[in-house]
Design a protein around this ligand. Structure first.
Ligand SMILES: [Zn+2]
Length: 320
């Protein structure tokens, strides 16, 4: 529990495992426009809450180069690892100004996702990474705050396991999962489904298996109907595993989202997903996704709801 040593975490049996490292925040330059403090603030809020015993914070290891190559081009991976991306490539990713810490941050963040995946493969239930959901990363380049695609790497890793033949990537972040969609465009064993605003980044959308678009200004009621459709599509696919990109940048106060979803609406959305997971007893990995509210406390509150409600769903799931 790096960086939060003052908080004692004594998780209960079947507590929700969440991978977290202080480098998720510290690996981004303090002057970057990206709200880097959201990770440390969120983990503190979780561990000072009454739900703390339901949560088991774990420390990730760095991902291997070999696992990055499952979903990414070798030349791109090695240029990143050697600190040789050019200015244009870095600008497309953002998170600038870069510090040398961006490399260990990225590898640790990807490692958190891999550990969460390995956990659910072995134990079932829900596990989470307190960062990531890096769905704008393509095979050969990074984009929109995303360097490597954790959803794609995890889906391919899962398929290497004999019990996992159908993977659903349910992406409810307000931005389209364009990188994930192109990586899996020819692979039928991975369902890509993205619910997003039609008029925001990425301005040139790609094709997921299912793209459910919302107009700017969409409110809770309409949003939840579309989420229900997405869940139905997911269920129809009959997956063995869910990779849930749970971005909360559809909130009304989000600086990048353009939708008008309330905190309560976002919570209802997550619980629709958790109901499906419980009903079908589906192993699930939660990837945090976007959230850029002004003030950032709205984003933290919505992620707090996500992880605490996930911990309750996991308790029920593991009781089965
Ligand atoms: Zn987003």
């Amino acid at each position: 529990m790096d960086g939060i040593k003052e908080v004692k975490n004594s998780p209960l049996l079947n507590a929700l495992p969440i991978w977290y490292h202080s480098i998720y925040t510290d690996g981004i330059h303090p002057d970057a426009r990206f709200p880097r403090d959201r990770y440390t603030k969120l983990v503190e809020k979780l561990l000072y809450s009454k739900f703390a015993p339901n949560i088991d914070i774990r420390t990730p290891e760095k991902i291997s180069r070999q696992n990055l190559l499952l979903a990414h081009d070798e030349n791109y991976v090695d240029k990143f690892l050697n600190g040789e991306l050019d200015e244009k490539q870095i600008k497309r990713i953002g998170l600038t100004p870069w510090t040398p810490e961006i490399i260990p941050r990225t590898l640790t963040l990807m490692g958190g996702a891999v550990s969460a995946l390995e956990y659910v493969i072995e134990n079932g239930g829900i596990a989470a990474n307190l960062a990531g959901g890096t769905h704008h990363a393509h095979r050969e380049f990074g984009s929109g705050y995303c360097i490597f695609n954790d959803l794609a790497v995890c889906a391919i890793m899962a398929l290497e396991n004999i019990n996992f033949n159908r993977i659903a990537i349910l992406d409810l972040d307000v931005h389209q999962g364009d990188g994930t969609a192109t990586i899996f465009e020819d692979l039928e064993s991975v369902l890509t489904i993205s619910v997003h605003c039609s008029k925001n980044f990425p301005f040139r959308k790609t094709h997921s298996d299912f793209d459910l678009e919302l107009e700017p200004g969409t409110e809770d009621e309409e949003y939840l109907e579309v989420v229900k459709k997405a869940i139905q599509i997911t269920t129809n696919f009959n997956p063995d595993l869910i990779l849930f990109q749970a971005g909360v940048d559809g909130l009304k106060s989000d600086a990048l989202g353009k939708l008008n979803i309330t905190r309560e609406g976002m919570r209802k959305r997550n619980n629709l997903v958790f109901e499906m997971i419980k009903k079908e007893s589906l192993p699930t990995v939660i990837f945090m996704g976007g959230g850029y509210s002004k003030p950032i406390s709205d984003t933290i509150d919505a992620f707090y709801d996500l992880f605490t409600d996930a911990s309750l769903a996991n308790l029920e799931l593991m009781k089965k």
